[in-house]
Design a protein around this ligand. Structure first.
Ligand code: FES
Ligand code: FE2
Length: 364
């Protein structure tokens, strides 16, 4: 076996396909989630609709078609028109004949909440099993939310989850911007649980009198801090990062607190690619030290791509090594890898649930 079986994707999961503002009214967009081609748009009434992007007639991408004044979607090839449920309601070459009940395209469940649009690419009958995780900071007026991305990442999305759950990679990968070797020595606590059917897990790092790396001083002002830093995979779709900083000796002082909530949405295109969005959330009135005219959220978003590029490079390299057979190779787990192990187990359990069989069971 070459690629370990957990580096695939879970279909029965709610995934982020964009922020609400990425779906203006009556604009068709094409997406690929879990190898499913999907056309989406927001209707003139405000609902977001999603169905199979392949016309039932000859597979032409419906996202290349157009929306008509009555709300139907017209395929750009031979003109079949579909209503909002994916049912064909007009065929130009059969103006009077009955329309075959097979002239339908498969709809996908959609939820819009917390300023995000979520899709369920799996079995629609199972979409009630879990809910999209709540992320109240996005779209809340007390917070400023700025999107970084979307970025195409040429790697399996579990590699991104693993990257986020073990930030001992801040040295050496991010040394000098958001990381340093002292970060790797901060003790790691582990947390897990379940909310709305989603098993979550993550790491907690608390440190006192810590010298902040350069970017974090630029964003959050203080050179020496007491700091809480958590990374939690809320579901296979989303990892949430919370950083809270206080001047050293002021831990818990609400007036002095500065920090951010980063929402990493990692949506699989297939087993070797995903789309990565980082939503930077900071208290709306906070300004950056490094650019006092900029809000902290804008400043973080403007500098974050340099950090993201380092992660993308690392994941590219890892993905390339997955093609070799495991023969002669033994993966080592270190103490801070605890959340990675748990995240893999969550993925494996979900994969077993949707495709029971020996292949996934053997991957653990
Ligand atoms: S392929 Fe769409 S109408 Fe023929
Ligand atoms: Fe990173």
């Amino acid at each position: 076996m070459s690629t370990p079986a957990h580096y695939t994707y879970v279909r029965n999961c709610w995934y982020v396909v964009g922020l609400s503002h990425e779906f203006p009214k009556e604009k068709l967009t094409g997406h690929t989630v879990c190898e499913r081609p999907i056309v989406m748009w927001r209707t003139k009434h405000g609902d977001v609709v999603a169905y199979d992007d392949r016309c039932a007639h000859k597979r032409f991408p419906l996202s290349k078609g157009r929306l008509m004044s009555d709300g139907t979607l017209e395929c750009a090839y031979h003109g079949l028109r579909y209503d909002m449920t994916g049912k064909c309601v007009m065929i130009p070459s059969h103006p009077t004949g009955p329309i075959s009940p097979q002239a339908v395209v498969t709809p996908f469940p959609v939820v819009e909440q917390d300023g995000l649009v979520w899709i369920w690419p799996g079995d629609p009958a199972k979409s009630h099993l879990r809910k999209p995780p709540r992320i109240p900071e996005v779209g809340d007026g007390a917070w400023e939310s700025v999107l970084v991305g979307p970025h195409d990442v040429a790697a399996n999305y579990l590699l991104m989850v693993e990257n986020l759950l073990d930030i001992t990679h801040f040295y050496p990968l991010h040394d000098g911007n958001i990381g340093d070797i002292a970060n790797s020595r901060i003790p790691v606590e582990f947390g897990e649980g379940e909310v709305d059917g989603n098993h979550y897990c993550g790491t907690i790092r608390k440190v006192k009198n810590y010298k902040q790396p350069a970017y974090l001083v630029d964003w959050f002002h203080y050179e020496m801090v007491d700091r809480h830093h958590t990374h939690f995979m809320l579901s296979p779709a989303v990892t949430k990062v919370v950083m809270r900083n206080w001047p050293a000796g002021e831990e818990g002082n609400a007036e002095q607190e500065r920090g951010y909530v980063l929402v990493h949405a990692h949506t699989p295109v297939n087993a070797t690619k995903h789309v990565w969005r980082v939503i930077v959330n900071c208290p709306a009135h906070h300004m950056a030290k490094g650019a006092p005219e900029m809000s902290t959220a804008q400043r973080v978003a403007s500098m974050f791509p340099a950090v993201a590029e380092e992660d993308r490079w690392a994941l590219d390299q890892q993905q390339a090594m997955l093609k070799y057979p495991d023969e002669g190779y033994q993966e080592v787990f270190l103490k801070p890898d605890i959340a990675i192990r748990r995240a893999r187990k969550i993925f494996i359990d979900l994969l077993r649930e949707e495709q029971p069989g020996p292949k996934v069971a053997a991957a653990e």
